[in-house]
Design a protein around this ligand. Structure first.
Ligand code: FAD
Length: 297
């Protein structure tokens, strides 16, 4: 279980991948997983499509990671369209495949008025799902947190109160939404400490690869783009190769700073790009090795 890994070694390094789009065969992801496994992350997480659209593939891919490579996998699971029975079926299936790590989420409401899913009567917030999974007592539970507040919430302070409730419902570790300004993460950590939110928090880092991706992310998450980052976007927006290189360099700089600060772990949103992830890991290889050795206890 992932929670035990934090006891043996910090910082952890983990990756996030998503299942292939509906019309693509599932094995298109297998080469990516093989390449990511070569980098020996502490775990790989697999996202869950909106409204449960990738329910089976998420389980299948998480199982492949676990059983083919003996690498810990973390299955994302959303609840706002699910009944308790749906959730129990998925948890049973995860258990049958030997997967004991779940990232318990509410899920995003579709944009506009076009709500194509029935809303669950059982789960309003991730906290409700976490309480249900905790009741079963079989899983290590991760959850999401938002250094700049969740986009629907009125204020960061209120979001933190809900986060505390969520953690107290049975969370073992947290993963942050992506951010591009480490100072925001450090201030968030101070606030979580003051609220006695004392589970490990992995910092979510997204290497930016193109401008369109960034525009979409900002509109979805409301995250801040610091001046330094905006300058890079403006300077290289018409030179995709240069922007990609700058994006990798920026992610490396963020990670080096986070590691020196003493972060519990870094979660890389790989966007299924194994080569980019390898470039980042190679750049921090020696630093990571030194820190891990220092921190074994
Ligand atoms: P919650 O913790 O339930 O919070 C949702 C909102 O409700 C927040 O605004 C919060 O402030 C508010 N709230 C919480 N409790 C209360 C309360 N008691 N009273 C009033 N308001 C309350 N989405 C997917 O569809 N699939 C994925 O695989 C996926 N993976 C993700 C991984 C990470 C690391 C992150 C950060 C996000 C991921 N998401 C994913 C997106 C996530 O589903 C959305 O951000 C979603 O809108 C909120 O999910 P949550 O679990 O944080 O919700």
């Amino acid at each position: 279980m992932i929670k035990y890994k934090f006891k043996n070694k910090r910082p952890l390094i983990s990756f996030e991948i998503f299942p292939p789009k509906r019309d693509y065969p599932i094995d298109t992801i297998y080469n990516t997983i093989k390449a990511l496994n070569d980098l020996r992350p502490d775990f790989i997480s697999v996202t869950y499509g909106a409204g449960g659209s990738t329910k089976d593939t998420t389980v299948e891919i998480a199982s492949f990671i676990k059983n083919k490579y003996n690498l810990s996998s973390l299955a994302h699971l959303t609840c706002f369209t699910s009944s308790r029975e749906d959730i129990d079926n998925i948890l049973n299936s995860l258990k049958a495949h030997g997967i004991r790590n779940v990232l318990a989420l509410r899920g995003d409401y579709p944009s506009g008025n076009n709500l194509s899913y029935a809303i669950s009567n059982s789960y309003k917030y991730a906290r409700d799902l976490i309480a249900h999974i905790r009741e079963r007592g079989e899983f290590c539970i991760g959850a999401a947190c938002y250094p700049e507040k969740h986009i629907e919430c009125k204020s960061l302070n209120l979001d933190l109160i809900y986060l505390k409730e969520k953690v107290d419902a049975g969370v073992d570790f947290l993963i942050t939404q992506l951010f591009f300004d480490n100072e925001i993460f450090y201030r968030f950590r101070e606030k979580t400490s003051k609220l006695n939110i004392d589970v490990p928090i992995l910092a979510g880092i997204l290497p930016v690869l193109n401008k369109k991706q960034i525009e979409r992310i900002v509109s979805l998450t409301g995250c801040t783009l610091p001046p330094k980052f905006l300058r890079i976007l403006q300077k290289y927006e018409h030179n995709p190769e240069a922007l990609k290189e700058a994006g990798i360099a920026y992610a490396v700089e963020q990670i080096v700073d986070l590691l020196s600060w003493g972060v519990d772990g870094v979660h890389i949103y790989t966007m299924n790009k194994a080569k980019t992830t390898r470039r980042i890991l190679n750049s921090i290889k020696n630093i990571r090795g030194a820190l891990v050795n220092e921190c074994v206890y």
